[in-house]
Write a protein that binds this ligand. Structure first.
Ligand code: NCD
Length: 328
């Protein structure tokens, strides 16, 4: 007797050839490209992925497909979750995490590197230190390019998983007061998330020292969309009304000097005392890695959502890969 392996088609789910889906064959470069309707679609698939992983773990939706994971900056979560997403869908991965051992160290240009990888892969995930690098790569590649962080620019797949976390944890994003704290100048995750949240009826609060404030260009863009935004240098005044506290790391590697970093590095630390002032239903998020801005004692608080957030990242990236490759 042979045991039948369950496949995506064993379930009545929105999987299978979907060449007319909103993301099929598309690059994912910026959150600007998404409408609310696209998000509904992505999260329906991500939610199904969550159920599929719980029920059967791995299934063959992307069997035979190959992802090139090209990282010019350090990464743990983004790189590992794209790999896990591809493998859980039955596909495989070319990992290039140490560009110093690739032809990049011989001086190869980004356009040439992506045109090489697309000979072998069906989709390219790219992280690079320069703003606009993923858009440049996409100009040269004929296969889809997914931006996994371009310097201090954007991190669209992180914002998608962040919003998925908010939906799964709080049920909605409408009417929420979202407080972003830390390095809002260099933090690409908050640049993308603020823009994505602007599709909803939210109130955004920014807490940072003046030198690390949310860039004027983003504030102006969101003002133009009628989003209420307020800036603070302390968390206390805005904490009691906050529904989502999104904490970020001060991005040491993007400072010009150690002194400039030292001046701001320990300004905000979330502790169990902080949590006493917060709503009972507030969630604390963080794209991670953390380097001290949330004390480990907070981890046991049920409102600490940052570990669950990483898991939502797997489902979101599974959904994105399946959609980009025309299978969901
Ligand atoms: C973030 C990043 O790389 O922008 N991490 C991530 O992708 N989860 C945040 C950071 O490095 O601080």
């Amino acid at each position: 007797m042979t045991l039948e392996t369950p496949t995506a088609n064993s379930f009545s789910l929105p999987f299978g050839e979907q060449r007319n889906g909103p993301l099929y064959g598309k690059d994912i470069l910026s959150v600007h490209q998404f409408s609310r309707e696209d998000l509904t679609h992505i999260y329906t698939v991500a939610h199904e992925m969550r159920g599929m992983v719980a029920r059967i773990g791995t299934f063959d939706l992307l069997k035979g497909k190959i992802l090139a994971n090209l990282f010019y900056e350090p990464s743990t979560r983004t790189s590992a979750s794209f790999t896990a997403a591809m493998e859980r869908l039955g596909g495989s991965v070319i990992p290039i995490n140490n560009v110093q051992y690739s032809s990049v160290s011989k001086g190869e240009s980004l356009p040439d590197t992506v045109r090489t990888l697309e000979c072998y892969a069906d989709v390219i995930v790219l992280r690079h230190p320069e703003v606009g690098s993923c858009a440049l790569a996409a100009q040269y590649a004929s296969k889809p390019v997914i931006n996994a962080g371009d310097g201090i620019g954007e991190h669209p797949t992180q914002a998608l998983l962040d919003l998925f976390t908010i939906f799964e944890e709080l049920g909605t994003s409408d009417g929420l007061s979202v407080t972003m704290l830390g390095d809002l100048w260099n933090g690409r995750t908050v640049h993308s998330l603020a823009r994505l949240l602007a599709l909803f009826n939210v109130k955004l609060n920014y807490v940072s020292p003046d030198v690390l404030k949310m860039p004027d260009e983003i504030v102006a863009e969101l003002n133009g969309k009628g989003i209420s935004q307020q800036a603070f240098t302390e968390l206390d005044p805005i904490l009691p009304e906050t529904d989502v506290l999104y904490v970020t790391r001060i991005q040491k590697e993007r400072f010009e000097s150690q002194e400039a970093y030292d001046a701001v590095k320990d300004l905000y630390v979330i502790t169990p005392d902080t949590m006493k002032q917060a709503k009972e239903k507030m969630i604390v998020m963080h794209p991670l890695p953390r380097v001290g801005e949330i004390s480990m004692e907070v981890d046991a608080d049920p409102r600490a959502a940052y570990f669950r957030q990483m898991e939502y990242g797997l489902y979101t990236r599974m959904a994105l890969l399946a959609m980009v490759l025309g299978k969901a």
